[in-house]
Design a protein around this ligand. Structure first.
Ligand SMILES: CC(C)(COP(=O)(O)OP(=O)(O)OC[C@H]1O[C@@H](n2cnc3c(N)ncnc32)[C@H](O)[C@@H]1OP(=O)(O)O)[C@@H](O)C(=O)NCCC(=O)NCCS
Length: 170
């Protein structure tokens, strides 16, 4: 496979990232809450920074760093570490389309986000659904530490098990 570029998200990437998300939802059921508004899910006021993977002009992957409000892993980390909200953010919206997987694009997107967080003195945390096994393997391979478990609620009273991770020390 031709290698992909990882670069900061630009406004003109939104439609391509939304198309990639719809494909990932069809193949993996991610995100569990569905993709009724893919552009709104990717781009919101909570996003602090984001990156895309691009191959031959197409968006094939995405990750963002988001404010910590309402995320189980962020609450857990702040309780466990004593860090305040200014120093914690959430690695979120990580996805790579199926055809571009297993070429370290997920890893490179993670590294872009973690480098940004380190530059800003921010600890990254994340929630991942227990069913998303390849994502969990990726986090563990990069040294992320499990800090707890949670139940994620979505839709009409639906619930799903999640695991909470924190990035390792720089
Ligand atoms: C999780 C996800 C982003 C990983 O993307 P990816 O680009 O395939 O990630 P990587 O290539 O870095 O790693 C995936 C695997 O490929 C392997 N790999 C990486 N480079 C490779 C190479 N050159 N040759 C062979 N294998 C390689 C990795 O070792 C890893 O192996 P594993 O599955 O046995 O653990 C992707 O599977 C995805 O989008 N899943 C659905 C959405 C999701 O779960 N998102 C996370 C929500 S919290």
């Amino acid at each position: 496979m031709e290698s992909a570029i990882v670069r900061p998200f630009e406004a003109s990437d939104l439609a391509g990232a939304a198309a990639a998300l719809i494909a990932v939802h069809a193949s993996d059921g991610y995100p569990v809450e569905g993709v009724a508004d893919p552009e709104g899910w990717i781009q919101s006021a909570s996003v602090l920074a984001a990156w895309v993977g691009e191959m031959r002009g197409e968006i094939v992957g995405h990750v963002s760093v988001m404010r910590p409000q309402g995320v189980d892993a962020a609450t857990m980390w702040m309780e466990q570490s004593g860090d305040d909200e200014e120093h914690v953010a959430v690695l979120a919206r990580l996805f790579v389309v199926q055809d571009a997987r297993k070429h370290a694009l997920g890893e490179r997107l993670m590294r872009a986000a973690t480098a940004w967080a380190q530059e800003h003195g921010i600890r990254l945390v994340l929630d991942v659904m227990t069913k998303d096994a390849s994502a969990i393997r990726l986090y563990q391979r990069l040294g992320w530490v499990k800090i707890g478990e949670a139940t994620h609620s979505f839709g009409d009273d639906q619930r799903i098990d999640a695991v909470c991770f924190a990035a390792p020390d720089a």
